[in-house]
Ligand binder design. Sequence first.
Ligand code: BEZ
Ligand code: FE
Length: 314
Amino acid sequence: MTPQPPPPSRQAPGQPSAAAALPTTPASLLPLVLAAMAHTPDARLRQLMASLTTHLHRFVLDNAVTEAEFERAVQFLIGLGQNTGEHKNEVILAADLLGVSTLVALMNNPAGGPGAADAASHAALLGPFWRRDAPVCARGESIARGDTPGTPLQVSGTVHGSDGAPLAGATVDVWQASPVGLYENQDPTQPDMNLRGRFLTDAQGRYELRTVLPAGYPVPTDGPCGELLQAQRRHPFRPAHLHFMVSHPAHKVLVTQVFADDAQTLASDPVFGVTAPLVGRFERFEQDGQPHARLSHDLHLSAGACVFPHPPIP
Ligand code: BEZ
Ligand code: FE
């Protein structure tokens, strides 16, 4: 429907003049903007936009934002859009680097949340690289496709439901960067869907997979977020980790990560994803004179609707 302008307002006798509804000073603008939004029928949208607008106006006023700074901020936002597409998602990256993705994950997934007989696993940010429809794999299958080099790693554990009991038929979706620190869709030398796979838990709630030890890697720095990191003298290196998304029709989808206990930047993850329970217990050992590793990691779901996030990339 084409939007129509409202009828011209007529000044009733004894009513304030139309000029009263015009801004006179910087601070007089906010009430007018809030009044213009006040009839939003969706109550939650009305509340969120009023709060966001109030914070934005206060931010501009408190910091005496200049025209040049405003223009720079607009350029930054345009850059986020221009650097978001099939292969990367700079919008999500910006939310990650500001700590907002981790804040939303922690706030909405309290460990041991309501109704949990056992402590629910800590959630962690999704990041920009999850892909829907990773290959479905048999128990124990390797997600290292082609000839991905690296130290062989065996990962296993049990998925528990909200009542604390082992959960059969849960899907454990795993993805990770290669030992050179790139996800398959960032690296044309890797096979499609390399280091991605979905595993179904057995009757005892167990899953098991084989892969290679992940490496730490820099978040993408070739867009506006990289410029921001540099301006803030922050390093871009995430500690080595595996991503997990665990789902079951009767539970809330758990998005989480497990970090290597010997990773160098555990205490300075640029996206603030590390919490103590997410540091995995990786056991290193030798087999036939070659280094190997093993990770045992249980996952605990909480009650809720099984709703998947939108994939940040196709
Ligand atoms: C990741 O772990 O895949 C990731 C998270 C945030 C920013 C970049 C990458
Ligand atoms: Fe990652």
